[in-house]
Design a protein around this ligand. Structure first.
Ligand code: IDP
Ligand code: MG
Length: 154
Protein backbone atom coordinates (compact mmCIF):
# COMPACT_ATOMS: atom_id res chain seq x y z
CA UNK A 1 0.00 0.00 0.00
CA UNK A 2 1.26 3.46 -0.84
CA UNK A 3 1.44 5.66 2.24
CA UNK A 4 2.82 9.13 2.79
CA UNK A 5 3.40 8.46 6.46
CA UNK A 6 5.31 5.19 6.43
CA UNK A 7 8.34 5.32 8.71
CA UNK A 8 11.71 3.68 8.51
CA UNK A 9 14.73 3.44 10.77
CA UNK A 10 18.15 4.39 9.40
CA UNK A 11 21.53 4.16 11.10
CA UNK A 12 24.44 6.07 9.61
CA UNK A 13 27.15 3.60 10.56
CA UNK A 14 30.54 4.36 12.18
CA UNK A 15 32.43 4.25 8.87
CA UNK A 16 30.16 6.94 7.39
CA UNK A 17 30.49 9.14 10.49
CA UNK A 18 34.29 8.77 10.54
CA UNK A 19 34.49 9.55 6.82
CA UNK A 20 32.47 12.75 7.21
CA UNK A 21 29.37 11.54 5.37
CA UNK A 22 26.65 12.42 7.91
CA UNK A 23 25.76 15.52 5.91
CA UNK A 24 25.79 13.74 2.55
CA UNK A 25 23.42 11.03 3.77
CA UNK A 26 21.07 13.43 5.54
CA UNK A 27 21.06 15.68 2.45
CA UNK A 28 19.96 12.82 0.21
CA UNK A 29 17.07 12.03 2.55
CA UNK A 30 16.00 15.68 2.64
CA UNK A 31 16.45 16.25 -1.09
CA UNK A 32 14.27 13.26 -1.91
CA UNK A 33 11.40 14.88 0.00
CA UNK A 34 11.41 12.56 3.00
CA UNK A 35 10.74 13.99 6.46
CA UNK A 36 13.12 13.39 9.36
CA UNK A 37 11.04 12.82 12.50
CA UNK A 38 13.85 11.84 14.91
CA UNK A 39 17.63 12.09 14.73
CA UNK A 40 20.48 11.63 17.19
CA UNK A 41 24.12 10.68 17.46
CA UNK A 42 24.60 7.45 19.38
CA UNK A 43 27.43 5.31 20.67
CA UNK A 44 25.81 1.94 19.99
CA UNK A 45 26.21 -0.53 22.86
CA UNK A 46 26.74 -4.27 22.36
CA UNK A 47 23.22 -4.80 23.79
CA UNK A 48 21.69 -2.42 21.24
CA UNK A 49 23.69 -4.01 18.40
CA UNK A 50 22.51 -7.46 19.47
CA UNK A 51 18.87 -6.29 19.43
CA UNK A 52 19.23 -4.54 16.07
CA UNK A 53 20.95 -7.51 14.45
CA UNK A 54 19.15 -10.33 16.29
CA UNK A 55 18.15 -11.84 12.94
CA UNK A 56 21.84 -12.35 12.05
CA UNK A 57 22.91 -14.08 15.27
CA UNK A 58 24.90 -17.20 14.37
CA UNK A 59 26.00 -15.93 10.94
CA UNK A 60 29.76 -15.98 10.30
CA UNK A 61 29.91 -12.16 10.12
CA UNK A 62 27.77 -11.51 13.24
CA UNK A 63 30.52 -10.92 15.84
CA UNK A 64 32.52 -8.69 13.55
CA UNK A 65 29.37 -6.74 12.60
CA UNK A 66 28.48 -6.09 16.26
CA UNK A 67 32.06 -5.05 16.98
CA UNK A 68 32.06 -2.68 13.99
CA UNK A 69 28.72 -1.06 14.85
CA UNK A 70 29.96 -0.42 18.41
CA UNK A 71 33.43 0.77 17.35
CA UNK A 72 32.67 4.51 17.02
CA UNK A 73 29.58 6.79 17.03
CA UNK A 74 26.68 6.37 14.62
CA UNK A 75 23.68 8.54 13.77
CA UNK A 76 20.22 7.06 14.30
CA UNK A 77 17.25 8.53 12.50
CA UNK A 78 13.60 7.95 11.78
CA UNK A 79 12.39 9.03 8.38
CA UNK A 80 8.83 9.36 7.17
CA UNK A 81 7.31 9.49 3.71
CA UNK A 82 5.55 7.60 0.95
CA UNK A 83 6.93 4.03 0.77
CA UNK A 84 9.80 5.15 3.01
CA UNK A 85 11.04 1.63 3.77
CA UNK A 86 11.45 0.43 0.18
CA UNK A 87 12.54 3.84 -1.04
CA UNK A 88 15.34 4.18 1.50
CA UNK A 89 16.53 0.65 0.73
CA UNK A 90 16.71 1.66 -2.94
CA UNK A 91 18.60 4.85 -2.08
CA UNK A 92 21.03 2.82 0.08
CA UNK A 93 21.83 0.27 -2.63
CA UNK A 94 22.57 -3.43 -2.23
CA UNK A 95 24.23 -4.85 0.88
CA UNK A 96 27.41 -5.50 -1.09
CA UNK A 97 28.51 -2.14 -2.54
CA UNK A 98 29.92 -3.81 -5.63
CA UNK A 99 26.34 -4.76 -6.54
CA UNK A 100 25.11 -1.21 -5.88
CA UNK A 101 24.75 1.10 -8.87
CA UNK A 102 26.16 4.62 -8.91
CA UNK A 103 23.60 7.02 -7.51
CA UNK A 104 23.05 4.92 -4.41
CA UNK A 105 24.73 5.74 -1.10
CA UNK A 106 26.63 2.47 -0.97
CA UNK A 107 27.30 2.49 -4.71
CA UNK A 108 28.78 5.97 -4.62
CA UNK A 109 30.80 5.93 -1.42
CA UNK A 110 31.73 2.40 -0.33
CA UNK A 111 33.62 -0.69 -1.47
CA UNK A 112 33.29 -3.27 1.27
CA UNK A 113 30.30 -5.38 2.36
CA UNK A 114 30.85 -4.72 6.07
CA UNK A 115 31.79 -1.06 5.77
CA UNK A 116 28.69 -0.20 3.76
CA UNK A 117 27.88 3.10 5.51
CA UNK A 118 24.20 2.76 6.35
CA UNK A 119 21.56 0.48 7.83
CA UNK A 120 17.90 0.68 6.88
CA UNK A 121 14.88 -1.35 7.96
CA UNK A 122 13.88 -3.82 5.26
CA UNK A 123 10.19 -4.32 6.21
CA UNK A 124 7.51 -2.90 8.51
CA UNK A 125 8.25 -5.80 10.87
CA UNK A 126 11.96 -5.02 11.07
CA UNK A 127 11.16 -1.31 11.54
CA UNK A 128 8.89 -2.18 14.49
CA UNK A 129 11.65 -4.27 16.02
CA UNK A 130 14.53 -1.86 15.34
CA UNK A 131 13.34 1.66 16.13
CA UNK A 132 12.65 1.04 19.86
CA UNK A 133 16.27 -0.03 20.25
CA UNK A 134 17.19 3.63 19.76
CA UNK A 135 14.12 5.82 20.26
CA UNK A 136 11.39 6.26 22.83
CA UNK A 137 7.98 7.16 21.40
CA UNK A 138 8.23 10.67 22.91
CA UNK A 139 11.40 11.35 20.90
CA UNK A 140 9.50 11.06 17.60
CA UNK A 141 8.23 14.43 16.43
CA UNK A 142 4.88 14.89 14.74
CA UNK A 143 4.98 18.04 12.67
CA UNK A 144 3.82 19.40 9.37
CA UNK A 145 6.47 19.90 6.71
CA UNK A 146 5.30 22.89 4.65
CA UNK A 147 7.10 21.58 1.55
CA UNK A 148 4.91 18.48 1.43
CA UNK A 149 2.26 20.12 -0.72
CA UNK A 150 4.96 20.56 -3.38
CA UNK A 151 6.21 17.00 -3.01
CA UNK A 152 3.00 14.94 -3.02
CA UNK A 153 -0.07 14.98 -5.17
CA UNK A 154 -2.97 15.12 -2.75
P1 IDP B 1 21.52 -4.91 4.86
O1 IDP B 1 22.29 -3.95 5.75
O2 IDP B 1 21.64 -4.51 3.40
O3 IDP B 1 20.10 -5.12 5.30
P2 IDP B 1 22.08 -7.55 5.96
O4 IDP B 1 22.11 -8.81 5.13
O5 IDP B 1 20.91 -7.33 6.85
O6 IDP B 1 22.26 -6.33 4.94
O7 IDP B 1 23.41 -7.52 6.80
C1 IDP B 1 23.58 -6.61 7.87
C2 IDP B 1 24.95 -6.00 7.78
O8 IDP B 1 25.92 -7.00 8.04
C3 IDP B 1 25.33 -5.45 6.40
O9 IDP B 1 24.85 -4.15 6.16
C4 IDP B 1 26.84 -5.49 6.47
O10 IDP B 1 27.35 -4.38 7.22
C5 IDP B 1 27.09 -6.76 7.27
N1 IDP B 1 27.31 -7.92 6.41
C6 IDP B 1 26.37 -8.59 5.69
N2 IDP B 1 26.92 -9.62 5.01
C7 IDP B 1 28.22 -9.61 5.33
C8 IDP B 1 29.34 -10.43 4.95
O11 IDP B 1 29.21 -11.38 4.19
N3 IDP B 1 30.55 -10.09 5.49
C9 IDP B 1 30.71 -9.04 6.35
N4 IDP B 1 29.69 -8.25 6.73
C10 IDP B 1 28.47 -8.52 6.23
MG1 MG C 1 19.31 -6.06 6.97
Amino acid sequence: MTQTNERTFLLIKPDAVQRGFIGKVVSRIEEKGLKIVALKMVQVTPEQAARQYACHKGRPFYDSLVQFICSSPSVAMLVEGRDAIALCRKMMGATDPKESPPGTIRGDFSLDVKHNLIHGSDSPESFAQEFPVYFRDDEILNYHLDLERWIYYS
